[in-house]
Each structure stands twice: as structure tokens, then as C-alpha cells.
Design a protein around this ligand. Structure first.
Ligand SMILES: Nc1ncnc2c1ncn2[C@@H]1O[C@H](COP(=O)(O)OP(=O)(O)OP(=O)(O)O)[C@@H](O)[C@H]1O
Length: 333
């Protein structure tokens, strides 16, 4: 049978928990070989859709396929072709990494010989080499995630599901996971469906991003197209002194389309950032009792995309991995 070009499809998928529509009519398509970033705040419905696609949860309505098979009616076929690393890795702390990988190999019906050669391939692929023969209880958080990733790959899946693969990891471990995901995609052409609440992660890794809020897909596209569609640049001003007075003055400038934020830091939407920045600086310099502590121009971020479609920021600073969204989005735009 020819391999389907569509790796994942969801058509009007709904999942209810009592009164809550955790997933509320999501339709999306992921092509083979894509990295699809499913971005949204806590409780948006990311894990629920992932669990449905991995056959761990039944949809209340709608239809979904993975690798061409229906997740509801052909779950066995889907499981053979899908690798899954969920948020809570189910690792047995008393076993070694090698033992768990061998067990997983047997679970998928690989012979002892095939499992051994697969384990050595995986050791290289996910960079867990010398820790494999240690008990999992000695692993760091990053090591556990990488072992979990290796476990998801034992049966050489066509589609890899990663549910928030870097939540809680330090920057070095996070960079390693990103590197591995890219390598799996580049070298093996593996399709990756990755949920994240981190803007940078979606921006860095995903070919396309779907933004989910309250169970609904509210925007979808390449990170660059999504940000371009905002149509404005962003000027951020940090002020000392009478910030309210500064804001009122800025509101009178025609070139400022919108001002968000309160207190000392204001976010100004402008259609042409480079030509707006100097009138803004000159205007602020003329306001008495106001000091400009910082003035910067940036391209829109995925958070600005989220803001424009939902009226809210995606979440607090935890979504930005502790780095400035602005500097990152400037680099990647
Ligand atoms: N088993 C369940 N029973 C009842 N409600 C649930 C269940 N699982 C999820 N929910 C609810 O469904 C909604 C979506 O949850 P989900 O875990 O899919 O969100 P998420 O985007 O993955 O968030 P997080 O990043 O916090 O994991 C939330 O309101 C959650 O409380």
C-alpha cells in the first residue's frame, strides 16, 4: 500500500469531560515529514487531542486518522505506526535504561537480535550512551526525557507524538531535545506532532503551528506567516516617572495603532517600526517627568499572534523559557 502523504488528520474532533469540551471541534492536517507545533496555554486541550490521536482516549465526536488509519476503529494499526512520549513518562526507576528498551522491543514483537541492534541505534540517536546501564533512579530529568524518547522510537514509528517534551527542563537539556527532534525529522523524515506551551519552542522547531485556546484551533500557519499576518511591528517602551502621562501622549500619535500593557512597560503596535521609532523617542523626550529607560523595536512574536486572536497573552513569563520573546522573535523573523 502506498504511504499516505497525510500523516495526521483530525476532522471536527470533540472530547467532552462532563460539562467541559476539552477539545471542541478541532480539524487539522499534518503532512508526512512535517514538524507540527501544537501551541496553547495550560488547559487549552493539547494533551487531550494528543491522547486521542495516540488512541489512549476516545473522541466524543469527529474523526481522526494517523498514518492513514482511523484512531477509533483501527487503534492497533495506529499504535504500530505511532511513537508516543507523554508528559508523565512511565519509567520504572528500578530498571536500567537498557532493560526498559529491551522490554519495549519485546512488547513490539522484535526478536532479541533485532532489539539489540535497535537499542544500539537508539543509543546513538538520542544520546544516552553511557547512562543506559545505570538504574533510571539515577537519571536527571533530561536523561529521563531522552530515555522516554528512545522508548517511543523502538518500533521505528512513522509519526512521533511529543507532549510538552521540554517542560521543566533546564536550557541545556532543552537544547538537546530540540536537537534530537530536528535530527529525527531531518535524517529519518519522521513526522513530529509536538505540543508545547513555549512560544520559542514552536517558533524554533515547527514547520507549522496550530494555536489552540479553550479547545478550539484559533490560528494555524508557518510561524513566519502567522507573525506576518499581524501586519504590525511592535515597539516596547520601558519608562520611569509618570508613565500614565507618557501613555496619554503616545495615544495622540497617529502612527501608533494600539497600546497594550500598563505600568512601566508599554507595547505599541505600529505599521512601520523603523520609521516610527524616532518620532516615538522624540515625543517621549518632550514629556516632562518621564524618563525612557528602554526603547526597542521587534517583529511580532507568536504571543502577539495569540493576543490578536484571543485578546489575551498566551500565559505568564513561563511560556517564554525565561528569555526575552522580543530578542528571539527578531532573530527568527
Ligand atoms: N480526565 C479528565 N477529566 C476531566 N477533565 C479533564 C480531563 N483531562 C483534561 N481535562 C480538562 O480538559 C481541559 C483540557 O486539558 P488538557 O490537559 O488537554 O490541556 P493542555 O492544553 O494539555 O494543558 P496542560 O499544558 O496543562 O497539560 C482542561 O480544562 C482540563 O481540566
Amino acid at each position: 500500500m502506498a504511504l499516505s502523504e497525510v500523516a495526521i488528520s483530525a476532522d471536527g474532533v470533540v472530547r467532552r469531560f462532563g460539562e467541559v469540551n476539552a477539545v471542541d471541534g478541532v480539524s487539522l492536517t499534518v503532512q508526512r515529514g512535517e514538524i507540527y507545533g501544537f501551541l496553547g496555554p495550560n488547559g487549552a486541550g493539547k494533551s487531550t487531542l494528543t491522547r486521542i490521536l495516540c488512541t489512549l482516549l476516545k473522541p466524543s465526536a469527529g474523526r481522526a486518522t494517523v498514518a492513514g488509519y482511523d484512531v477509533d476503529t483501527e487503534p492497533g494499526q495506529v499504535r504500530l505506526r505511532a511513537g508516543v512520549a507523554l508528559q508523565e513518562a512511565a519509567l520504572d526507576e528500578q530498571q536500567t535504561g537498557a532493560e526498559m528498551l529491551a522490554l519495549q522491543g519485546r512488547f513490539y514483537g522484535l526478536s532479541k537480535k533485532a532489539t539489540k541492534s535497535r537499542v544500539s541505534e537508539l543509543t546513538e540517536l538520542v544520546d544516552i550512551g553511557d547512562a543506559l546501564n545505570r538504574r533510571i533512579s539515577t537519571y536527571s530529568g533530561g536523561m529521563k526525557r531522552r530515555l522516554d524518547l528512545a522508548l517511543a522510537l523502538v518500533h521505528d514509528p512513522e509519526v512521533l507524538f511529543l507532549d510538552e517534551p521540554t517542560t521543566g527542563l533546564d536550557p541545556v537539556s532543552r537544547a538537546k531535545v530540540w536537537h534530537e527532534v530536528r535530527r529525527l525529522n531531518d535524517e529519518l523524515g519522521m513526522t513530529v506532532f509536538l505540543t508545547t506551551q513555549y512560544l520559542e519552542e514552536a517558533d524554533e522547531l515547527a514547520d507549522r503551528v496550530g494555536i489552540i485556546n479553550k479547545g478550539k484551533l484559533v490560528a494555524e500557519g508557518t510561524p513566519i506567516d502567522l507573525k506576518r499576518a499581524i501586519g504590525t511591528d511592535v515597539v516596547t517602551v520601558t519608562l520611569g516617572g509618570d508613565a500614565l502621562k507618557a501613555r496619554q501622549t503616545l495615544e495622540k500619535l497617529d502612527l501608533v495603532e494600539r497600546i497594550d500593557g500598563s505600568g512601566e512597560t508599554l507595547t505599541l503596535s505600529v505599521s512601520d517600526g523603523p520609521s516610527a521609532i524616532s518620532p516615538i523617542a522624540v515625543t517621549l523626550a518632550q514629556v516632562s517627568d518621564v524618563e525612557v529607560l528602554e526603547l526597542s523595536l521587534r517583529r511580532p512574536s507568536l504571543d502577539d499572534v495569540f493576543l490578536s486572536v484571543t485578546g489575551e497573552h498566551i500565559t505568564d513569563s513561563s511560556s517564554t523559557l525565561g528569555t526575552s520573546v522580543s530578542s528571539h522573535s527578531q532573530e527568527s523573523s
